[in-house]
Design a binder for this molecule. Structure first.
Ligand SMILES: [Zn+2]
Length: 275
C-alpha cells in the first residue's frame, strides 16, 4: 500500500470551529491585532515583496480569515511572493499553523487541554498561546526562543513522558529522520498523539532523499530548502507508521482552504502512538 494515511476529510470531521464552545474547553485565541502591529507587519511585507501590493497582485488577493487571531482581510506573501496569501498580518501565522489550529479547535473544544506537550521548532504563535502552561515544553537545536536546547534524535525525557508531540517542518532537516520518529514514539505514551507536517511532493510516490547532496543550491532545487535532506513523497505516512503509529491525514475541504488561506494539498498528519 503506497500510503498508510487514512483520510480525515469527510464532512463530519471538517465542520469548522463550532460556535458556543464551553468556557472550560474552548480553544485559546490570540487577541485581535492592534493597528500598529498590523501596520508593522504590512510594512515588513512591503520591503520583502512589494509586488504583492501592486494592482495586479492586489486584484488576485481574496479576503481571508484567521482562526487564530480572528483577523479578516488581505493576507501577506512569503518567499518573495511564491505563496501569495501565506501569512496572517495579525498573528504572523502561516498556512500549516492555521490548519493545525483548526484541527485542535475542531468541535469547539481544545484538544491540548490538560495534555503534556512536547513541541519541536515551536512557532511563535504557539509560544504565545502556551505561555504559562506548565505542561508545555518546547525545544530545538537552533531556535533561540525555544524553551530548551534539544536534539530530536536523542530526546532527554523518559519513555511515555508526553501525551502530545508537535513537529512541523523539522523532519526534513534531520539526516536520520527514522531515529527522530522512533524517539517521538518512545517519549509519547501509548495512545498519545503526534502532529506532524512536512514539505511533501504529492506527485511522487517515494521520498527523494540524498544525504550526499551538500550543495545548498542543489538542495534548494531538489528538496525545496537550502538545508533540507529530502523531499517527502506520498510514502511519508508509511515512514511514520513504521515507527509505531497509526496515521491519518487531516485536511480541510476546498471552501475552508479558501476561507482560511490554507495550502490546497497540505495535510496535518495526526499520528496515534500504538500501544
Ligand atoms: Zn492571525
Amino acid at each position: 500500500m503506497p500510503n498508510a494515511a487514512a483520510d480525515m476529510t469527510d464532512p463530519a470531521t471538517t465542520s469548522g470551529v463550532a460556535a458556543g464552545a464551553s468556557r472550560a474547553g474552548a480553544a485559546p485565541s490570540l487577541p485581535h491585532p492592534g493597528r500598529w502591529l498590523l501596520a508593522r507587519r504590512v510594512a515588513e511585507a512591503y520591503f520583502k515583496d512589494r509586488r504583492q501590493f501592486s494592482g495586479a497582485s492586489r486584484g488576485r488577493k481574496l479576503v481571508r480569515e484567521c482562526p487564530i487571531c480572528s483577523y479578516q482581510g488581505h493576507f501577506l506573501s512569503v518567499e518573495r511572493g511564491q505563496r501569495l496569501d501565506a501569512r496572517c498580518p495579525g498573528c504572523g501565522s502561516r498556512e500549516r499553523h492555521r490548519l493545525q489550529h483548526l484541527f485542535l479547535a475542531e468541535g469547539g473544544g481544545w484538544k491540548l487541554d490538560g495534555k503534556r506537550i512536547l513541541h519541536f521548532a515551536p512557532e511563535r504563535y504557539m509560544l504565545k498561546l502556551m505561555a504559562g502552561n506548565p505542561l508545555y515544553i518546547s525545544g530545538d537545536l537552533r531556535q533561540p526562543d525555544a524553551g530548551q536546547f534539544m536534539d530530536a534524535t536523542a530526546i532527554p525525557f523518559e519513555d511515555g513522558s508526553f501525551d502530545v508531540l508537535i513537529s512541523h517542518h523539522m523532519l526534513e532537516h534531520i539526516p536520520d529522520d527514522t531515529k527522530a520518529l522512533s524517539e517521538f514514539a518512545r517519549v509519547l505514551r501509548p495512545g498519545g498523539m503526534a502532529l506532524l507536517a512536512v514539505p511533501q511532493n504529492h506527485a511522487a510516490e517515494q521520498t527523494d532523499e540524498d544525504l550526499s547532496a551538500i550543495d545548498p543550491m542543489a538542495r534548494f532545487w531538489r528538496f525545496t530548502g537550502f538545508d533540507h535532506c529530502r523531499l517527502y513523497g506520498r510514502d511519508f505516512a508509511d515512514r511514520v507508521a513504521r515507527a509505531g503509529f497509526s496515521v491519518a491525514a487531516y485536511m480541510r475541504p476546498p471552501r475552508d482552504q479558501l476561507r482560511y488561506a490554507l495550502l490546497r494539498d497540505e495535510a496535518l498528519y495526526v499520528c496515534q502512538r500504538l500501544g
